[in-house]
Each structure stands twice: as C-alpha cells, then as structure tokens.
Design a binder for this molecule. Structure first.
Ligand code: IMP
Length: 208
C-alpha cells in the first residue's frame, strides 16, 4: 500500500477522497490521523498558490519518507459580477466566524444591487500533490452556476444554498452528497489528480 496524506481536517473532504481513490492501493490519512497540527497561512493570490503553499508546509512538517504522496486543496466561490470575489477569501469573507446564513444574504444583496450584471458564478478547486521524487503538480476543477435569489436546501455547507445549478433547477444544497460529489469542483479536481497518480505511480484500478 502507498501511504497518502490529504492535508485537511475536513471530514467531508476525507470521505470524498476515500471514495474517489477507493480502487487504488492507497492508505489515506488526514492531518489529524497523521498526528500533524499545522497552522498554515494561506496568503497566496490564487487557489493554485494556496494549494501549493499548504502542500509544501505539510511536507516540511513531516519526517522524510513518512508519506509517499501528500495532497492538499484550496477552493472557493467566484462571483463574476463581483470581479470573482470572494474567491481565495471565501472562508474569510465577512470574517471567519460569521455564519454562512449572513454571508449568503450579503452575497445575494451585492448581486441584486447590480441588476445589469450576470449572476454567473463558479466553485473552483485546485489540488496540489507532492510525488515520491519531490515533484509538485496541480489539477483543477470547476462547476458553473448562478447566485440564487434566496437560500434553498439543507445539504452541503458554506455557499451551497445560494449556488443555483440551472441545468438541475436546484441549488447545490438540494443535491444529495453523492450527486454533489459527481459534479463538484473538488470531485473533478480529485478525478484529474487520480489519473495523474495512476500514471506517475504506474497503478492499475482494481477491476470491479
Ligand atoms: P477551503 O478550500 O476548505 O479553504 O474552502 C474555502 C471556502 O470556500 C469554504 O470555507 C467555503 O466558504 C467555500 N467553499 C469551497 N467549496 C465549497 C463547496 O463545495 N460548497 C460551499 N462552499 C464552498
């Protein structure tokens, strides 16, 4: 088995990566399962910069050879009418401790105040990896939507209740977790990373 560390403490993200990589010979650990508490300052200007900052910081916090593969992710919401805000500041928008109910109401208010602008937005995610030879590479995934007029749905987290998917006629928070994983920005970036890992580590998926 290949030991892989996914640099997150988020249980939902851990479940998603375990599902996506289930057919490959990886033993997957979260930061806490690996006994690492890293306070990493995400001060990059892009999702890619932040994902690489995280993966490098975790590599430095580890003893050499603990894990063959280290992954990290960075993600957020880009609203076109707001020049792609909140973007890399998605979790810090209006303050880390402000509820998403309040953040979502504010985003709706800001977009409603610009009726001449499109309501288009997207969730974007970049996954960064450190491979066994030290090579660092990234993959990205996005899902397109529109800022809804009101919050709807109770699944997911964060901005999901105001992320309207026109082709599904519902918000991200009205999908089941399984449906969300199949189309989400993170799911897409992870699938792309899975293909790279298979190629670079010469792995074959187990036949079902
Ligand atoms: P991080 O990548 O975990 O730092 O996520 C950054 C922030 O982007 C989160 O705190 C949310 O505000 C937002 N975000 C990222 N992915 C999603 C999602 O799938 N649904 C809702 N909000 C998200």
């Amino acid at each position: 088995m290949i030991k892989l560390l996914f640099a997150t403490g988020n249980k939902g993200k851990m479940k998603e990566i375990r599902e996506i990589l289930a057919d490959l010979p990886f033993e997957i650990y979260s930061l806490s399962e690996a006994g690492i508490s890293a306070d990493i300052e995400e001060n990059g200007n892009t999702f890619e910069e932040n994902a690489v900052i995280k993966v490098k910081a975790v590599r430095e916090a580890l003893s050499h050879g603990d894990f063959q593969v280290i992954l990290s992710d960075d993600s957020g919401l880009e609203v076109d009418a707001l020049d792609k805000a909140p973007g890399v500041h998605s979790s810090r928008f209006m303050g880390e401790d402000t509820s998403y109910h309040v953040k979502n109401a504010e985003l709706i208010r800001l977009v409603n105040a610009l009726p001449e602008k499109p309501r288009t937005c997207r969730f974007r995610c970049v996954i960064a990896a450190v491979l066994p030879g030290g090579e660092i590479l990234t993959t990205s995934g996005a899902v397109e939507g529109e800022v809804a007029y009101e919050e709807k749905g109770g699944t997911g987290f964060g901005y999901d209740p105001i992320f309207y998917l026109p082709e599904r006629n519902c918000t991200m928070a009205e999908l089941t977790q399984e449906e969300k994983n199949a189309l989400s920005h993170r799911g897409r970036a992870l699938q792309a990373m899975k293909e790279i890992l298979k190629d670079k580590l010469h792995l074959d998926s187990k036949e079902a």
